[in-house]
Write a protein that binds this ligand. Structure first.
Ligand code: SD4
Length: 319
């Protein structure tokens, strides 16, 4: 398989440059989200965008959908707990002015993304974690809730029988949401929310709440978000890298490919067993998506169509 990586390094595999049409005509508003099931999140975002609403409101509304959905075991309510049985949540949000808010290692709050927005808007800080984030939430009128569902508890109890932590987030489907929207006034916003890696160590934080890792937007350039094994994205500041590549002129598809390639080249062994995927959007409303492994998909709502697409991927079909 390492040979496969070497071969893949020479040439991008399965590179797909999606046809986005004339970016000048009808490209805005638009919204893109990681993972097919988040087509429902896109629909909520579109409610706002299609009426000429604000991109930041749209991404917050979109991300709140999986946060409240108990069937999504990677985000918010219903998320799988850490190895001690606690559901700990991470989220971040960023607006067109480059302002950002983030919460991490947060427990008992249904909508971390809304709390992240309040960190951005009502505090002098970017990031609040753990008990401090919870305290701020309660002060802001959020309710303390039980986030561990029976299904998630059962999964944890089953996991405890062997207690084997394999820190891979691989080719199986995840629903961690990273979302980027451009509104009809050409404002770009991004958001990201997750319960993180299932059965992680208590206190573990992934890429999702870290501005520049799990998500990044720059209104002059575009935005990007990631999903997958957060440790690899944290070490490479993946979403920032994607946006910087677009700043240097890369198409969003190419920019996502460069970030994935960087990760695979730096961590070839780990890449064989892990998944990382990026979505990217540029200021013109063109988009791209790319992953290490086959199986990453995304939802795009643009020109009145909300559809799921399979992303290109770097490694030759290995699983
Ligand atoms: C993390 N990136 O905490 C997240 C997990 C994820 O789909 O994306 N799951 O590492």
């Amino acid at each position: 398989m390492l040979g496969g990586i070497a071969a893949a390094s020479a040439k991008f595999w399965n590179s797909v440059i999606p046809e986005t049409g004339n970016p000048e005509r009808g490209a805005f508003p638009m919204v893109i989200a990681t993972w097919g099931p988040n087509i429902k999140a896109n629909a909520a975002a579109w409610e706002i965008l299609s009426k000429g609403g604000y991109a930041l409101d749209a991404v917050e509304a979109g991300v709140r959908i999986p946060e409240a959905d108990p069937s999504d075991t990677s985000v918010g309510y219903g998320g799988f707990p850490d190895r001690d049985g606690h559901v700990t949540l991470d989220a971040c949000i960023m607006d067109e002015k480059g302002m950002a808010g983030s919460v991490s290692f947060l427990q008992h709050i249904m909508h971390p993304i809304s709390l992240a927005r309040l960190v951005m808007e009502k505090t002098p800080h970017v990031m609040l974690v753990g008990d401090g984030a919870l305290k701020f939430a309660l002060e802001q009128g959020f309710k303390k809730e039980q986030m561990l569902t029976e299904v998630a508890k059962k999964a944890w109890e089953d996991w405890k029988i062997e207690s084997k932590y394999k820190p891979v987030i691989n080719v199986e489907r995840h629903d961690t949401i990273g979302m980027v929207a451009i509104d009809s006034s050409n404002r770009i916003a991004g958001a990201c929310s997750t319960s993180g890696a299932a059965f992680k160590m208590h206190g573990r934080v992934g890429d999702s709440p870290i501005i520049g890792a799990g998500m990044f937007v720059d209104n002059e350039v575009g935005g990007a978000a990631s999903t997958g094994l957060g440790e690899m994205v944290l070490r490479t500041l993946g979403s920032f890298l994607v946006v910087e590549e677009m700043r240097r002129g890369a198409h969003p598809q190419k920019a996502a490919e460069i970030a994935v390639k960087r990760i695979v080249q730096k961590y070839p062994k780990q890449s064989e067993e892990a998944q990382v995927g990026f979505i990217a959007v540029d200021k013109k409303g063109r988009h791209g998506a790319y992953a290490i492994q086959k199986g990453f998909n995304y939802a795009l709502y643009q020109r009145n169509e909300n559809k799921v697409y399979e992303a290109g991927y770097f490694l030759p079909d290995s699983k």
